[in-house]
Design a binder for this molecule. Structure first.
Ligand SMILES: Cc1cc2nc3c(=O)[nH]c(=O)nc-3n(C[C@H](O)[C@H](O)[C@H](O)COP(=O)(O)OP(=O)(O)OC[C@H]3O[C@@H](n4cnc5c(N)ncnc54)[C@H](O)[C@@H]3O)c2cc1C
Length: 403
């Protein structure tokens, strides 16, 4: 594990930092995650993406011929680390840019890459990911949305759920069942779907935080031209695996919901039974414990970073980072809410420095589900890191329509 930048990486970091300093203001507060998938945030996110595109920072790991930077993944990590220090709209376009578009680059035809990649990288078109369904979340291969071939087009009927950003997306990466007689992993095909097409209906789901970042999406006789099929028929599972690999890598980079410094700030101003909260040894112990776990996560991220720096890819240990990070974020958020108490609720939506305490707590639960739930991550760690016997999968080879 190597903790420091190589000489080349240091030069690149300085270059990126200089560009960011010239184009954005330093961040004064951590980003409020509750606004990331807010439609109001989209114009600002698109404007920032267009500026990155013009400067060559839009998608560093995508090949130059498709409009990316053609750089090694470590450059993307460095760029993101530096960008996080600035007050820019981060996160809103991530599903498209970090998950869908890299999948189009790998699986798309030349015509698809020409049509879709540059418009997404330049911030002109926004994408969403249409995978999860009421009957297929963790068990994604159980999805039931049907696509039936009709000459040079496919007719889609079914429902997706938890589709982040579908309410402002132009295109979606869709997995649908095209061969119900094949075993569940083998009868799926991937498509690019125009979210404005006739028969696509997006219904917002309001979360307990009061916002509506994700949606139900209904397909009623939606027509998709065969030219928008992504990859061969029946290979949708393999297409989806590319997508999920990008998603887990993204999720494992940290949600940044909490942080020991923020806990310390909150504790400095809070009181317990009339005395400063920091005088309470239980409070100090919690902050120290958080600090220790964050250091362990940092070291794990250095391990992934070292792998990237040496031209490798991070392994399933990324699941460990995501598992610990989500749990830590939720525990820290609950602790801060306890310390602040009722005023945290009134501060939400205001300019108060306490405004993110409540939304962090509301959001923390989602971090333990999105991009792979805790239990699924534990299965990955058990099977692929520890080499324990695999989960029972009795339905793997049975035709889907006989399950
Ligand atoms: C904030 C957020 C944003 C999201 N955005 C998107 C999006 O843009 N596009 C999209 O397609 N999806 C999205 N999702 C959906 C997400 O991928 C699913 O919620 C996730 O895969 C879990 O699926 P599920 O909700 O159907 O839960 P289920 O799979 O029904 O799981 C229910 C519970 O059972 C447990 N469980 C399931 N299977 C096993 C097993 N084999 N072993 C042990 N325990 C198990 C789970 O861990 C969980 O606790 C989003 C979710 C969240 C929270």
């Amino acid at each position: 594990m190597d903790f420091s930048d190589s000489p080349e990486e240091r030069v690149y970091r300085e270059k990126v930092h200089a560009w960011l300093s010239a184009n954005a203001s330093p961040a004064v507060a951590e980003q409020d995650l509750s606004v990331v998938a807010d439609a109001d945030n989209v114009p600002r996110a698109k404007e920032w993406q267009a500026r990155k595109w013009a400067a060559g920072y839009a998608a560093l790991t995508i090949a130059k011929e498709y409009g990316g930077g053609g750089e090694a993944p470590i450059k993307q990590v460095i760029y993101e680390q530096e960008e996080a220090k600035f007050d820019v709209a981060r996160g809103t376009l991530d599903i498209g840019l970090g998950i869908c578009i890299p999948t189009v680059v790998v699986w798309g035809s030349d015509a698809q890459r020409d049509r879709y990649v540059k418009k997404a990288l330049s911030g002109e078109e926004v994408w969403c990911q249409l995978f999860s369904e009421p009957s297929g979340g963790s068990d994604l291969a159980a999805l039931r949305t049907r696509a039936v071939r009709d000459g040079e087009r496919w007719i889609v009927n079914g429902q997706k759920v938890w589709t982040s950003g579908a309410h402002f997306a132009d295109y979606g990466l869709l997995l649908a069942r095209t061969d119900p007689a094949a075993p569940k992993h083998k009868g799926i095909t991937a498509f690019i779907v125009n979210m404005k097409a006739a028969g696509v209906e997006v219904r917002p789901i309001r979360t307990m935080a009061g916002s509506a970042e994700f949606n139900e999406v209904f397909f009623s006789d939606v027509s998709i031209p065969d030219s928008d099929r992504l990859g061969p028929p029946g290979q949708g599972w393999q297409v989806g695996l590319s997508t999920l690999m990008h998603e887990r890598m993204k999720a494992g980079k940290g949600f940044g919901l909490a942080g020991w410094k923020k806990m310390l700030d909150i504790a400095r101003n809070a009181r317990i039974d009339g005395a400063p909260a920091l005088k309470d040894s239980r409070v100090r112990e919690r902050i120290a414990d958080n600090w220790a776990q964050e250091q362990a996560l940092r070291l794990l991220s250095f391990r992934a970073q070292t792998a990237l720096s040496q031209g490798g890819i991070p392994g399933p240990e990324q699941s460990i980072s995501k598992l610990v990070d989500g749990t830590l974020a939720q525990q820290a958020a609950a602790f801060m809410l306890d310390l602040v108490g009722e005023p945290a609720v009134y501060a939400a939506g205001s300019d108060s420095p306490l405004r993110s305490v409540y939304s962090s707590w509301m959001w923390a639960a989602a971090t333990r589900i999105a991009g792979g739930s805790d239990e699924i991550l534990r299965n990955v760690i058990a099977e692929r890191v520890l080499g324990l016997p695999t989960d029972a999968r009795p339905d793997k080879n049975t035709p889907f329509n006989e399950l």
